[in-house]
Design a protein around this ligand. Structure first.
Ligand code: TYD
Length: 220
């Protein structure tokens, strides 16, 4: 059974905090994370900002395979396993050492992305995808997850209006796929309500940043 309690608080008892950012395509996560990073750094916190898939050399190499538009033949199970492999490498190589050193990690996507994209949208099942990831992450879970809530029609319009943004293999999925990603996140926000905070991502970016900073300040 997918551990609802995600009883990992205390795993990072050394003082670090693991904060993840989740959202569908075009949710504006990247700008929000950058602003939160700058704010917390100014406040004197020791911050590491990183991302999935990727965040370390080996994990970035897996990212290249995952996001390449050439790889349209990739099987859904291969995809889920590669995301999980990239996550295990990044977690053990970068996230856990930084947490042990007492740092605050801001991570652009983590396990919940796999549960929403591969579990729900690809229809592999949230539970099955959780189980393959459990092996990789060894029950390490985020302390706080900021979910930037943007319905797919709004998010996708932003992605395709932004001429500077690189379009990857997953951006090219159908609207139905992105709708299922969104529905998946809604399920996760309920299931993991102890660590999920939902931010209205349809507001202008300054408001989304302010709302997110407020939540994180209160949390810290
Ligand atoms: P990225 O360029 O980092 O996109 P974004 O700015 O939207 O975060 O690409 C990551 C893509 O990989 C994105 O479409 C979400 C997808 N993804 C999964 O499908 N499963 C996962 O576990 C992760 C981490 C990402």
């Amino acid at each position: 059974m997918c551990d609802n309690n995600t009883d990992s608080k205390g795993v990072f008892a050394v003082g670090g905090k693991f904060i993840t950012f989740e959202g569908p395509e075009g949710s504006g996560k990247t700008s929000v994370i950058k602003a939160v990073h700058d704010y917390l750094e100014q406040e004197g916190y020791d911050i590491v900002t990183t991302r999935e898939p990727g965040g370390s050399d080996i994990a970035e190499a897996i990212r290249t395979i995952l996001l390449s538009k050439e790889n349209t033949e990739m099987d859904a199970r291969t995809e889920a396993l590669l995301f999980a492999a990239s996550r295990a490498q990044h977690l053990h190589e970068k996230v856990l050492p930084a947490l042990e050193a007492g740092k605050i990690i801001l991570c652009d996507r983590f396990l919940d992305s796999s549960l929403a994209y591969q579990g729900h949208a690809r229809q592999l099942g949230i539970e099955d995808v959780y189980q393959i990831n459990k092996f990789g992450i060894d029950s390490h879970m985020p302390d706080l997850t900021i979910f930037i809530d943007v319905p797919p029609e709004v998010g996708l319009a932003r992605v395709f209006d932004n001429t500077g943004r690189k379009i990857d293999r997953l951006d090219l999925e159908t609207v139905e796929f992105h709708q299922r990603v969104y529905d998946g996140y809604k399920i996760l926000a309920k299931r993991f309500e102890d660590r999920f905070v939902v931010i209205d991502g349809t507001n202008d970016v300054e408001t989304v940043i302010e709302d997110t900073i407020m939540v994180i300040r209160t949390y810290l």
